[in-house]
Unconditional design. Structure first.
Length: 196
């Protein structure tokens, strides 16, 4: 018997007993309010949450907070008075001067402050990464408590492109110097829509 065959035979004879997979259903049990947890978590990682009742408040926020910006774009037609909405078919290279990008998210995850966003809401994949400031509109009823709940929600659907996005871009070096906006947006604001 050659060495290879002996090794494979020894491995086959020394297998551990099969064990059933652990029950992880208890990991998805939560004892917190998803809205409060989402706000605390997102703000803890450098993001900002603004609770709103209508998209009119988003327009007012943009007019006030981003009055001096060079370029504001959005995939929300309701924001046409304060943001460009006709950029979706432009060359992605033309987005290099975007100061603020506003889009919707499919849902948010309370435990880590992440948002699930798909290409449908991004318009172009480059937009959330190339903008200096990112703002996302999220319906408060679209919050799930944990990533277990999130994967249950997205697990049975095919997406051309989707990702979890949490907070502004950040990186830190060995001396613990934190830099925001190193490889993406410098700020992230979530408009938590309370009325829908």
């Amino acid at each position: 018997m050659e060495s290879r065959a002996r090794i494979l035979q020894a491995i086959a004879q020394n297998q551990p007993e099969h064990q059933p997979l652990p029950d992880i259903s208890t990991l998805a049990v939560v004892d917190y309010d998803p809205r409060e947890k989402f706000i605390a978590t997102l703000e803890g990682i450098g993001g900002r949450v603004v609770e709103i009742s209508t998209l009119e408040e988003v327009k007012a926020y943009i007019t006030t907070e981003f009055a001096q910006t060079e370029r504001v774009i959005s995939t929300l037609e309701e924001l046409a008075p304060v943001a460009e909405i006709n950029w979706l078919s432009d060359d992605p290279h033309t987005l290099e001067n975007v100061d603020l990008f506003v889009m919707r998210a499919d849902f948010g995850v309370a435990e880590n402050g992440a948002l699930w966003v798909t290409q449908e809401y991004m318009g172009q994949r480059a937009a959330p990464f190339i903008t200096q400031n990112l703002a996302v509109v999220l319906n408060h009823s679209e919050l799930v408590p944990t990533m277990h709940h999130a994967y249950e929600r997205i697990g049975q659907t095919d997406y051309p492109f989707g990702m979890f996005l949490a907070g502004p871009s950040k990186t830190a070096d060995i001396e613990q110097s934190l830099v925001l906006g190193a490889h993406g947006s410098r700020t992230m604001t979530v408009f938590l829509l309370m009325s829908e």
